[in-house]
Structure formats: structure tokens, C-alpha cells
Design a protein around this ligand. Structure first.
Ligand code: SAM
Length: 218
């Protein structure tokens, strides 16, 4: 592993706004159900950013909504380091980052603990539907953890992932709230959708169209 990556991985272990979990069979489980009472110390809504990379959405939304709590999830520690460092420098008390596989989300959240999910430029996983973060398998993982009516928001440059997600929404009879086929033509001034991430920057440079879906499971 390159030295800088190694140093960042070490550093996030001691950062006050980062959690890290790798032993999914631990005899000492994560204290689920304490995000409000124990960690944020308030009763504000809990919002997740999945596959957050450098966590731009958690910080961007965290500034737009100081009365909501944000947790960015990713497995890559060197990317999370960038996000966590900036959140600390910007004094964002309502933002945390969590290094773990999303596949184990139910080890970190209690039933009905999450108010909203943002999935921002996830890997489209073109070859394996079950690995897509909006696949029925992942929706089944999120379902019990979400409050009733909680929205799941997907921003993507992948026409395949966008169409796949629309099919899942239709097949499963989910509630589609917003369907934007070209974010920057249709809603150029939307403050939530204008937050730019590292991957989005790369896609925009290549002239790719950015799409957005917002839906709820019930
Ligand atoms: C294409 S990047 C997008 C990062 C960021 N959202 C952005 O727009 O810049 C996808 C991210 O998903 C993370 N990821 C993919 N599968 C994951 C999983 N099962 N658990 C945790 N992180 C995952 C990768 O580590 C990577 O940082």
C-alpha cells in the first residue's frame, strides 16, 4: 500500500468523526440505536450517504440542513480521510463518516433509525445486478432500518443503473417521487442536486448526462 494511503488509514482510526468496523462477527456488536442519543446528542433526522467516497454530499447537505445528521459510508479509508478532515476543518458537528461495507448496514442501525438515504455515483455494477446498491437485495437490507416514507435518492451518470432502478421501482410497486433524466438541464439551480462530487466532476468533464431518482419503499 502506498505510504500516504497507509498514513491516512492509520489517522482515521483516531479521528473523532470517523467510525471503522471490520469484524462483522465481533462478540461486541456496534451499539445500534444510539446515533441520536449517544453519538449526535440530539433527536434530528439521520441521513445516510452510501458509497460516499470523499463524502461531498454529507458535507454539502450538512451545511444546507444543520438540523439533520449525516453519516457517509464507504470502505475506502483514504477517501473517507479527505471527507472527515474537511468536515472537522469546517466545524460540521452534524457530519460523521463510517468505514465499513454497506452490505452490513443492519449491524450499525436499529429498525426505523434512518430518515433518508443518498446514493451518489455508486459503481454501476453492470455485470452483477445483485451488487447494485438499488437492487432488490440492497432494498431489502435498507427496508427495516428506514422510517416509514423515508426517501432513497440516487444520482448517477449511468443510463443502465438509472433504467435498472426505475424497473425495480415499478416491479416492486415503490413510490417514485422525482425522475430527472438530465439534472443540469432540468434543475440547474436545485441546491441539493448541485453538490458536486469527485466522480461527478470526472463524468461532467467527459460530457456525461447526470440523472436523478428519488423514491420511497412505502
Ligand atoms: C464510483 S465511487 C463514488 C464515490 C463518490 N460518491 C463520488 O461521487 O465521488 C464508488 C464508491 O463506492 C464505494 N463502495 C462500493 N461498494 C461498496 C460497499 N459494498 N461498501 C462500502 N463502500 C462501497 C467505493 O469504495 C467507492 O468509493
Amino acid at each position: 500500500m502506498p505510504k500516504i494511503k497507509h498514513e491516512r488509514m492509520e489517522e482515521i482510526r483516531h479521528m473523532e468523526n470517523v467510525f471503522e468496523w471490520s469484524d462483522y462477527n465481533s462478540a461486541h456488536p456496534f451499539p445500534k440505536g444510539t446515533w441520536n442519543s449517544g453519538i449526535f446528542g440530539n433527536d434530528h433526522p439521520i441521513v445516510l450517504e452510501l458509497a460516499c467516497g470523499k463524502g461531498e454530499y454529507s458535507r454539502g447537505l450538512g451545511k444546507l440542513y444543520p438540523n439533520k445528521n449525516f453519516i457517509g459510508f464507504d470502505i475506502k479509508g483514504n477517501r473517507l480521510w479527505v471527507g472527515a478532515k474537511q468536515a472537522l476543518e469546517q466545524g460540521l458537528d452534524n457530519v460523521r463518516y463510517f468505514r465499513a461495507y454497506i452490505d452490513h448496514l443492519d449491524q450499525f442501525f436499529d429498525e426505523n433509525e434512518i430518515d433518508e438515504i443518498w446514493i451518489i455515483f455508486p459503481d454501476p455494477q453492470l455485470k452483477k445486478d445483485r451488487k447494485k446498491l438499488t437492487s432488490p437485495k440492497f432494498l431489502q437490507l435498507y427496508r427495516p432500518l428506514l422510517k416509514k416514507g423515508a426517501t432513497i435518492n440516487l444520482k448517477t451518470d449511468s443510463p443502465e443503473l438509472y433504467e435498472f432502478t426505475k424497473e425495480v421501482i415499478e416491479e416492486q410497486g415503490l413510490n417514485l417521487h422525482r425522475d430527472i433524466g438530465d439534472v443540469y438541464s432540468e434543475c440547474p439551480d436545485d441546491p441539493e442536486l448541485s453538490i458536486r462530487t469527485y466522480y461527478e466532476g470526472m463524468h461532467l468533464k467527459k460530457g456525461r448526462t447526470i440523472r436523478f431518482l428519488s423514491f420511497s419503499l412505502d
